[in-house]
Design a protein around this ligand. Structure first.
Ligand code: GDP
Length: 166
């Protein structure tokens, strides 16, 4: 049996970029285009294999309402091993917002926090040009919660980057 390590992962980003949808797709393999947005914070768990000896039990926090209650965000990302900052590839403003979340995490979160950037909604055709997200030196994925594209890659690669305590 691989050794299981529990990690807290938070999702941050402008509202409606698809944070809840990404988590629901990853954990339940479902997509609901009509779902109501989550109120408050909820977490879902999923175990992903890291290597032959280790697996990660991800406690994934979907922090709804963080755009409205920004002062609560530090409470969500406290003790997080990893953060996924999400933007919508069709909304340039959401990319700007994502950049400021990355800066905030780099300044205020735990020093070793692993940060991934996810450009969501690749199934839509009206992509807006954004700066090269790749050039930020973060783990970077373009995803679709609707089709499932790149979702397990995002969470699995993220889990593999989290240092395992000896
Ligand atoms: P959140 O506020 O960031 O948690 O965003 P939600 O997960 O509530 O999603 C906001 C809206 O975008 C909902 O109507 C979702 O159905 C839709 N949505 C989320 N992900 C995708 C996606 O990958 N593709 C498309 N076309 N719509 C998406």
């Amino acid at each position: 049996m691989p050794k299981q390590h529990t990690f807290k992962v938070v999702l941050l980003g402008e509202s409606a970029v698809g944070k809840s949808s990404l988590v629901t797709r990853f954990v339940r393999d479902q997509f609901d285009p009509y779902k109501e947005s989550t109120i408050g914070a909820a977490f879902l768990m999923k175990v992903v294999p890291i290597d032959n000896e280790n697996s990660a039990n991800l406690h994934i926090w979907d922090t709804a309402g963080q755009e409205r209650y920004k002062s609560l965000a530090p409470m969500y990302y406290r003790n997080a091993a990893a953060a996924i900052v999400v933007y919508d590839i069709t909304q340039a403003a959401s990319f700007e917002r994502a950049k400021s979340w990355v800066k905030e995490l780099q300044r205020q979160a735990e020093p070793g926090i692993v940060i991934a950037l996810a450009g969501n909604k690749t199934d839509l055709s009206d992509r807006r040009t954004v700066e090269y997200a790749q050039s930020f030196g973060l783990l970077f994925f373009e995803t679709s919660a609707k089709t499932g594209d790149q979702i397990s890659g995002l969470f699995t690669e993220l889990a593999k980057k989290i240092p395992i305590a000896a």
